[in-house]
Write a protein of this length. Structure first.
Length: 441
């Protein structure tokens, strides 16, 4: 019998405390991007930064397209945790790891096709194309480790052990920054060094936490993880439906950022490089605000597992308010330190000058985007994946059409205005579908 009054984290203070470990880990993630951008941006030639921008955008699109491995794991595990079904939690974890390895193997086999498509899709110089190929040829082999990391993080978020998932990300990011800096600054490997840093840090991290997770499960749940009862048609069908919806949703989302990079490349390599720099501010804000979304995912799933509607609505209200207030604080920090950060990231004067001209977009995007980030977390925790998919498809198609016209008339400013409208559309479409979640109670 499910106890509807079982206590869960409800107040703003409790949600904030649960999110603190994720704040620190999420700060580490964009820091990797900032360091990589800074390493390339201070090599005095735009081609290195442009190549890293294109290559990482393509790899990010591929890897983030399989973000369902984390998001699907969080929602299912959180709801099972609310029902105290620990054996099925372990089976879900193992099923997703097997799926992740199969997906990674297929992507690696498709490496030549992916590289050739990237070459034809982006308008860059021959030298830049070679650098892109170098990065992608190395980075693609990190995908097995990166996808398994998604699942491990999702597992710990689902059982509300945010300190462990945060520790994983901090270790991964610290290793990545350290190794990339060593390869670039000490061994002069430029783009190759950045790719190697990601590859090696991913495998070290996943090995450590697979071992840790085995002993954690054995101790906490008093169950030894075994490869048994994994092939259950009804469970696999449910997992497939959830994962496929999130896959489509995430594919569209990552394509939108790839499209952003693509349109920027059409404006010239200077704008491509500038947008890479400015996007670090957006990524920084998103990962910072996602701390609330990540912590809320587990709580939302737990309240649904317990059939506690009052707790669910309280968490929704408090988490959205917290996210918006935090976004305002991030914008204030940007207002104070924008120029100093730009000057640290690049020493190329033309890139600095163009970046200064786009300050307004960096200032307003965090608070506007905070709503769609938090709504994403709520829908993930509720495993309301079909609605997420449909909302994202509408938003991305609209963004592509809007960006074509606004960029034509207003150049790079039109592109950034399109991105702002994209964030608004994501919030409005999810808000329109919110009542679907209430049917679970």
């Amino acid at each position: 019998m499910i106890n509807k009054n079982y206590p869960v984290n409800l107040s703003k203070k409790q949600i904030f405390l649960l999110s603190i470990p994720i704040f620190f880990s999420n700060l580490a993630i964009p820091l990797v991007g900032v360091i990589d951008t800074g390493l390339m941006g201070n090599l005095s030639e735009t081609k290195y930064l442009a190549a890293t921008s294109v290559a990482t955008s393509v790899m990010t699109m591929i890897i983030w397209s399989f973000g369902f491995l984390r998001m699907g794991t969080v929602g299912i595990v959180a709801q099972l945790f609310g029902k105290s079904d620990y054996r099925e939690i372990i089976r879900t974890l193992l099923r997703n790891i097997i799926i992740a390895l199969l997906i990674a193997f297929i992507i690696i086999l498709l490496k030549p096709i992916i590289i050739n498509l990237t070459k034809h899709f982006f308008s860059t110089s021959i030298e830049t194309q070679e650098l892109i190929k170098t990065y992608m040829s190395i980075r693609i082999f990190s995908i097995p480790a990166e996808l398994v990391i998604y699942i491990i993080v999702g597992f710990y978020l689902g059982i509300q052990k945010t300190n462990i998932s945060s520790l994983l990300i901090i270790i991964l990011s610290t290793l990545n920054i350290t190794l990339s800096s060593f390869f670039v600054l000490s061994l002069n490997l430029n783009v190759l060094g950045v790719a190697l840093g990601t590859l090696i840090s991913s495998y070290i991290t996943v090995i450590i936490f697979l071992i840790f997770t085995y002993f954690f499960i054995s101790k906490k749940f008093q169950i030894i993880p075994k490869l048994e009862k994994l092939i259950v048609p009804t469970k696999l069908f449910k997992l497939f439906n959830i994962n496929f919806d999130i896959f489509i949703r995430t594919f569209f989302l990552t394509f939108s950022f790839l499209w952003f990079t693509y349109i920027g490349s059409k404006l010239g390599e200077d704008y491509l490089a500038v947008n890479t720099i400015l996007m670090q501010f957006v990524v920084f804000a998103s990962f910072f605000l996602d701390a609330y979304a990540f912590s809320t995912e587990g709580i939302i799933g737990f309240t649904i597992g317990r059939k506690n509607k009052k707790s669910f609505l309280t968490v929704v209200k408090n988490s959205i308010q917290l996210s918006f207030l935090t976004a305002l604080m991030v914008s204030i920090l940007y207002l104070i330190f924008f120029k100093q950060i730009i000057n640290t990231i690049t020493d190329v004067e033309i890139l600095r000058y163009i970046s200064y001209k786009h300050f307004l977009w960096i200032l307003v995007i965090p608070s506007i985007a905070s709503f769609c980030y938090q709504l994403d977390g709520i829908f993930i925790g509720a495993t309301q994946t079909r609605e997420m998919r449909n909302a994202m498809m509408v938003s991305v198609v609209s963004f592509i059409i809007i960006s074509i016209y606004l960029t034509k008339f207003f150049g790079n400013h039109g592109l950034w205005f399109s991105l702002l409208l994209f964030m608004i559309l994501r919030s409005l479409t999810l808000y329109f579908l919110f009542n679907r979640i209430l049917k679970k109670f």
